[in-house]
Design a binder for this molecule. Structure first.
Ligand code: DAT
Ligand code: MG
Length: 234
């Protein structure tokens, strides 16, 4: 769904060419030939349905000499490199439970870089767009009402090696009753409708979600003191 809108624009050059929702929606959905070749080399299909899930992708080994220039680059960084970015959002129940700091600490201690963070009271439109792939689900209406109920969400972008997949692992299974102890949902939640936190489920969704919640100007570029230590591969 989203890849048709954003990734072709974003992949023409740097993240600067990425367009946010309003701009992207007006652009052509046709994938340029060069892009298609790039994507094919990267071993993924951006037109895949359902959306790109990392668990299903053979990933090149970061730092092992595979050709970085062939990997897709969007506002979500370059896939499978230390510049990869994920959209992570603490939902209203996480804010209400006053565990925002504990959740931030988990990502910081893992070594990931916080490149953007803000408290947001999402509009219905924003919430519907974010959860667009769930629009046909019976719980969609109550999910939107919940996310827009007046308690803020904490919208964030985290960056680092494998952050999209690792973010999903750190968050845990959608149903907290199936989430492993040690994961955020496994430690703090017991209900699927109150599972504390959202994490992008693939490079395609990270690209969509970062572009939806953030303007590119809000994304910081800096190097944490321990960055090389944490990201080094020898
Ligand atoms: P995830 O948040 O793990 O990516 P998802 O994308 O399938 O899971 O669903 C988005 C959110 O929708 C999920 O975090 C909580 C809510 N949700 C999912 N399945 C649900 C269900 N069966 N009943 C109520 N809410 C549900
Ligand atoms: Mg999801």
């Amino acid at each position: 769904m989203f890849a048709r809108l954003a990734i072709p624009n974003a992949m023409r050059g740097t993240a600067r060419s990425f367009s946010t929702r309003a701009g992207a929606a007006s652009r052509s959905s046709r994938m340029p030939l060069a892009l298609a070749a790039t994507v094919a080399v990267a071993g993924i299909s951006l037109y895949a349905r359902p959306s790109l899930h990392l668990e299903q992708i053979q990933r090149p080994i970061v730092g092992a000499g595979s050709d970085v220039s062939s990997r897709p680059t969007t506002i979500a960084g370059t896939f499978t490199t230390p510049s990869e970015r994920s959209f992570i959002m603490i939902k209203p129940d996480g804010v209400n439970r006053q565990i925002v700091g504990k959740i931030l600490t988990r990502f910081e201690e893992r070594g990931y870089k916080l490149v953007a963070i803000k408290s947001v009271l999402p509009s219905k439109e924003l919430a519907r767009e974010h959860y667009g792939d769930l629009a046909s689900k019976p719980f969609f209406g109550s999910l939107i009402d919940y996310i827009t109920g007046g308690t803020p969400v904490i919208a964030m972008v985290w960056e680092g090696k494998d952050v999209i997949r690792q973010g999903r692992n750190m968050v845990g299974a959608t149903n907290p009753l199936q989430a492993l102890p040690g994961s955020i949902r496994g430690d703090y939640a017991v209900s699927v409708g109150r599972n504390i936190i959202h994490a992008s489920d693939g490079f395609e969704s990270a690209t969509k979600e970062i572009g939806l919640w953030f303007d590119e100007k809000e994304l910081a570029s800096y190097t944490p003191a321990a960055w090389e230590q944490v990201m080094a591969d020898n």
